[in-house]
Design a protein around this ligand. Structure first.
Ligand code: URA
Ligand code: URA
Length: 236
């Protein structure tokens, strides 16, 4: 995938250069060159095309034990992306992220700050369930995270909410504790990223619900400032 992009981008540069150097006289007219350049620039994968390309992935051993690869769900043009850790049992069975108990709680958290599940995009750091829900291995993250990166490139969200320590640490390449990661706006390749508790952690530790509530209110405020009322109108 990366190689193909490299080749295309080199070829595009070449075309642009030829057009500049030779105008209408070389290989094709300037108009034809423009058309070709536009075709290549538009040839961005849709999420569906990308899903089709990776749904039978066997890059890591989790492919042996999974039922479904859990790709992600929601609005392809979402301004807010939620990123969890890894699919659990219910997600593995259904192929949809956050549909089990943690997912029910996540839905409530979203509703509390007036986000609809289908206006955001929800994915995980890794796409296949680790046996017994153990933490993802570094090797699994290394194989899988490029897929998430590609999804982020397609969706181009303005905000990312990282759910839990693993998501926060992985995305930010940080060893900091969840407590240290919370309460600030991080910069993830130009996207504003906030870290909060994982909903599964809230099921075990209800005393963390209040700080989570504060985190998502903070996110909602930033989101409204930038998207609802800002000049940064929703992309078409
Ligand atoms: N926990 C996660 O991190 N992701 C899911 O999709 C479900 C539970
Ligand atoms: N520790 C975790 O791993 N996740 C949380 O959400 C909170 C503490």
């Amino acid at each position: 995938m990366a190689e193909l992009q490299q080749v295309l981008s080199t070829f595009l540069d070449y075309l642009k250069q030829q057009k500049q150097l030779f105008g209408d006289g070389f290989l094709m007219t300037g108009e034809e060159a423009d058309e070709l350049i536009q075709t290549f620039q538009k040839k961005e994968l849709t999420l569906n095309e990308f899903y089709e390309a990776i749904k039978d992935c066997r890059r890591c051993p989790l492919a042996e034990t999974r039922t479904h690869l859990v790709f992600g769900t929601g609005d392809e043009k979402a301004d807010l992306m939620l990123i969890g850790e890894a699919p659990g049992r219910d997600e593995d069975l259904s192929g949809i992220p956050f549909v089990g108990r943690a997912g029910q709680l996540l839905n409530k958290i979203l509703e509390a700050v007036h986000f609809k599940r289908d206006e955001v995009y929800i994915a995980n750091i890794i796409k296949c369930r680790p046996p017994q829900n153990r933490d993802p291995l570094l090797s699994e993250v290394e194989q899988c995270e490029p897929y998430l990166k590609k999804q982020i490139d397609i969706i181009k969200p303005k905000f990312i909410l990282a759910l839990g320590r693993i998501a926060g640490q992985t995305l930010l390449r940080s060893g900091a504790s969840l407590t240290a990661l919370r309460g600030k706006v991080h910069n993830y390749h130009g996207i504003k990223l906030i870290v909060t508790y994982h909903p599964a952690a809230l099921l075990r530790n209800p005393q963390w619900k209040r700080p989570t509530w504060e985190d998502v209110q903070f996110l909602r405020k930033l989101y409204d400032e930038e998207i609802q009322y800002g000049t940064n109108a929703k992309k078409l």
